[in-house]
Design a protein around this ligand. Sequence first.
Ligand code: GYE
Length: 328
Amino acid sequence: MLRKIAFLIVLASLVLAACQPAAPKAGLDCAPNCEYKDLVVGFLQTGSEGGWRAANTASFKETADQLGLKLKFYDSKNDLASQFAGFNQFIQDPEVNVIVLAALETTGWEDVLKEAKDAGKIVIIEDRRIDAPEDLYVTYIGSDFALEGRNGAEEMCKLLEGMEGKNVWELVGNVGSSAAKDRGQGFREKMSACGIEITKSQTANWSITEGKQVTEAWLKETQDVQGIFAQNDEMGLGAIEALKEAGLTPGVDVKIITFDATAGAFKAMLAGEVNVSVECNPLLAPQVYEAALKAANGVELPKWVPSQEGIFRADDPNLPTIAEGRTY
Ligand code: GYE
């Protein structure tokens, strides 16, 4: 009798196992011999808010042409609802097998990521990290924004050495984005080491116009500022215009640090108006497409591939030569 029961239990578990849906095969049907021509990439870009973004978009479009993969480009126009709609569109699109996301904000992605996974889409996060379980995407390729912020604070400490006041104004990127959150957090981790105080902080949405407007409004209240921490180049260039109109000399009376190190920052550094620019590399497409191909062939990838970046200083005698070699 016992033997009969044991046999039935084994039989039942075998039947059950057989009914389980097979674990999704890692990669695409062409695995392990997928090629770039097999990839159809749906790319969700944030928008077109400045020099860095233009270089990032160009990197994706040009590299797709070079590699012969099909790119479906979605411009979210810096609107989060539109970015979610675009993500759903790519989930429903039977042609798209890879989804690349430059997230406007860090939160709210879990549901669509789960749907994408269930639909067998390879998802790669580029440029900005998100707050979601790592098993919902293949890898994140982008910068360590907190490290950039820490580096920025150390540079500002050097620039303000010997200055009586150490009041710094912070021009913040779009609220909710990892770039804005982490650069601000990183800067705050290191600023107290030399007595820096952030006495004003407001978003200027990565824009030169808003960077100028916000700084103008602050200058109407007070001119007791020794440093400006502009979370990207454009906002820093806006602040420069406002400082000049207020009769102050940017880079001298007020030290300026920006992030990205695009051509605009180099021009301002060569003019002595920006003191330091912390680089953030926008040319991420080759790494992203390479990761997509590996994932398509079932290769396991590290969850984060940090970008390699530098720091550029106006007082560097080699800056003119470096500037000549820049491509963005
Ligand atoms: O710093 C800014 C752009 O996500 C790193 O977004 C990027 C940031 C960059 O608008 O210029």
